[in-house]
Structure formats: C-alpha cells, structure tokens
Unconditional design. Structure first.
Length: 422
C-alpha cells in the first residue's frame, strides 16, 4: 500500500475512522437486503407492492441528493456523513413500528436519505484527502468498506432471520434483524462524530480551484462530461433495483435450498477482490477499459440470472455482479472526480450518483408492474441484461468528445479528454 506511506499520520487516522464508520454503515444497510422483500410479503404485499416499497428507497435518495451535495460543498463533509448514519439508525425503528404497506413505503423513502448523505460526504472527503496521483488507488481502498460490509450484512441478516429465535425466543427473526441494524447505525454515528475537518471544503481547497469556477447544480446537468456517467449509472441502477427487489422472491419461487444472504456475500467477496487492485490499475492505465469491463460483468450476471435454476448458477451470477460493482462504483467516482473541480464535488456526486438513484427507483417499480407481461422474474432479468448492454453501448460511444475518442477511451487506448488533471 504505497499510497498509505505518503499520507500524513493525522490523515491516516481520519481515514481509519472514516473506514470503520463506513463498514458499520454498510452492515447496517445491507442487513436488510435479504429480509425486507419477504418481510413486506409477509405483511400481505404483492409482487408489485414489494417492488413499489423497495423502490421508495430511491425517492429519499433523489429528493435529498441535491441539497446534501450543496451542504457538503458549502458547509462540511462531516455534517452529511452524520446525517446519513443517523437516518440509518432511525429507519429500522420505523420498520418495527409500522404495520402497513403505505407506512413501510414512507419509512423506506426516509431510509433512502441515509445513503444519499453518507455516500456524498464519504466520497467527497476521501477525494479531499487523496493525493491526485493516487486518487483511484485510495478511492478503491476506502470503498472496500462497501464489499466488506456487504459480505457481513446480508449473511448475518439471513442467519438472524432463520435462527434468531434461538437467541431471543420472545422476538421474531425480523425484529432481531432490525435491532442489530439499529445498533450498527448508532455505532457508525458515534465513529463519524470523531472525524475532524480542518476547515470548510471550499476554503481548504481554494488554492487548487480556479476562482471563476462557481457552477451550480443545474449548470452541471449541461456538461457532457458528467451526463454520460450519469446515464450509465442510471441504467445500472435499474439493473440493481430489479435485483434487490426481486431476487429473494425469484429464489423463493424456484423453491431452492439457497440462502439469499449468501448471494450478497458472494457479491461482496468478488467486489472486495477486484477493488484491491483496480484503483491502482486505473491510475496507471486509465479508467475507460476497466469501466467497460465492469459493464460486461453486469451483462453476464443478468444473463446468468435469466436462466438460473440451480444454486451454482446464482453463485456465478453473484461473482459477475460483484466484479461489475467492485469496478464500476469506485472508478465512476474516480472518473467524475477527474472531471470536476474541488469546490463542486459534492454537487457532482449528487448529480451522477443521483442517476443511479433514479434507476433504483424505477427498477423495482416499473419492472415489477410489467412482471406479468415479461413472463415473471426471468423476463425481468432478461430486460436487466438488455439495460446492461445499453449502458455498455452508451459508454463506448459517448465517453469522449467524438465517437473515435469514445471508443478508444473505452478500450483503454487514450486518456480521458475531459479530465481536468488537478
């Protein structure tokens, strides 16, 4: 870890605290992934209602991203991190308290604020602390909190759901999952409160940002350098939203003896494995080739799910999806960091990751409503495969200022023409 050696001791301490907070945050969030769809169904929810409730998560994400991005840029990265961890701790209390589909949808929308806040603050602070020449490497290492958390959370959630009554006889498996999620969220907030920022983002970074660069959020939406990754992330968000909403129900329909939490754990292990080297490789060889490879991985994963009938097929799909996520998310953050100024990164992350949020919102909702037309869950994953192919096509043709630059960048033959090199 060469990058670790060049960092100041105080910076290393802040990154360790930030990483541990991120780890607990993602455990808190992903504990619920294998349990919420079946919890909603156990309360009488139909397939369409499960998709609707799960999609409401992105409503909170979308509604809060822009405001939180501005707060991160103008006030503090720490403030939005604290907001994210606080909401993550409070939302499971809501799941325990409400007993209607509408109530669950409202809590799910509130829960979405957690990821909107935490990811903006976490990513912006990591980029602030990262040396420019090691940006991809440090983003890759710090984002290991996601797959590690995802490797623990869903497996623990699945275990608690099936075996929780052995440890708390008076509680249901669902109640125990929500309680553990609350505890993880509280400890994530406590750790985040120990983060120290030397000064507001704008003042600390003023020296490296041109004085005439003061773009507002809606100005960023007109920048082709940022619109392309936003659209790609939106399409992959549609894929991920469909996966989260319908995978547990698909496995349940097939009556397979397969723990859904294991699927997410395999995703996390695959994601962790590629993140160990992908950031450093992208710093050396560029972002384009690896982002292209990640989109191919998503396509392969959805094709495997479309025809999956055995546990091994689900495991292979999880490996492909994990590799895709492990490459796409950190390198998309690195790409948009390369293409933006320091004093606007909160808003830039809000825009581009907002595309991902919109995709998640529409994925479960739209494809769930079309489930009967598409022929069930296999048809849903067939459409998801098509969306992955569209994402790859858009990236390969729109990543540069013309078709030739785009194709060559996607193949790793030329550098990013939109990079600001700051």
């Amino acid at each position: 870890m060469e990058v670790w050696k060049v960092l100041d001791r105080k910076v290393r301490q802040q990154l360790i605290i930030l990483f541990l907070s991120g780890l607990l945050f993602w455990i808190c969030i992903t504990l619920l992934l294998p349990t919420l769809p079946t919890y909603i169904q156990s309360m009488g929810g139909t397939t369409q209602q499960v998709g609707m409730v799960m999609s409401c998560f992105a409503i909170g994400l979308i509604a809060s991203r822009t405001w939180l991005g501005k707060v991160a840029d103008r006030r503090s990265r720490k403030i939005v991190i604290l907001i994210g961890t606080l909401v993550a701790a409070l939302a499971p209390v809501g799941y325990l308290s409400v007993h209607s589909i509408i109530g669950l949808a409202q809590i799910r929308a509130f829960h979405g604020i957690s990821i909107a806040a935490f990811t903006i603050g976490y990513s912006a602070l990591v980029v602030d602390l990262a040396p420019i020449q090691h940006r991809g490497t440090l983003i890759g290492y710090m984002n290991l909190a996601v797959p590690v958390g995802m490797s623990i959370g869903p497996a623990l959630g699945g275990f608690l759901l099936s075996s929780g009554k052995e440890y708390m006889p008076n509680a249901t498996g669902y109640q125990l999952v929500f309680i553990i999620s609350i505890i993880c969220g509280v400890f994530a907030w406590l750790l985040s409160s120990q983060i120290k920022e030397s000064s507001p983002p704008n003042s600390s970074l003023q020296a490296t940002t041109p004085s005439n660069v003061q773009r507002e959020f809606w100005d960023l939406t007109k920048d082709p350098a940022l619109i392309m990754p936003t659209i790609v992330l939106m399409l992959i968000g549609l894929v991920f939203g469909s996966l989260v909403a319908f995978l547990p129900l698909y496995i349940q329909e097939l009556q397979l003896d397969f723990n859904v939490g294991l699927f997410y754990t395999v995703i996390a292990i695959a994601s962790f494995s590629v993140r160990l080297f992908i950031g450093q490789a992208s710093d050396r060889y560029g972002r384009g080739l690896f982002i292209s490879a990640s989109l191919v991985c998503y396509l392969i994963s959805m094709l495997l799910l479309m025809s999956a009938q055995t546990p091994i097929m689900f495991i292979l799909a999880a490996i492909a999806e994990g590799m895709g996520a492990g490459i796409l998310i950190p390198l998309s953050l690195a790409l948009i960091s390369d293409r933006s100024h320091n004093n606007e990164r909160g808003k830039v992350f809000a825009l581009c990751m907002g595309g991902f949020d919109v995709g998640i919102a529409l994925g479960g909702l739209v494809l769930g409503s079309l489930a009967n037309i598409l022929g069930g869950y296999q048809g849903i994953f067939a459409v998801a495969a098509l969306l992955s192919f569209f994402a790859l096509t858009i990236f390969a043709t729109q990543a540069g200022k013309n078709l030739s630059q785009s194709v060559n960048f996607a193949l790793g033959k030329v550098p990013d023409v939109y990079a600001l090199n700051q």
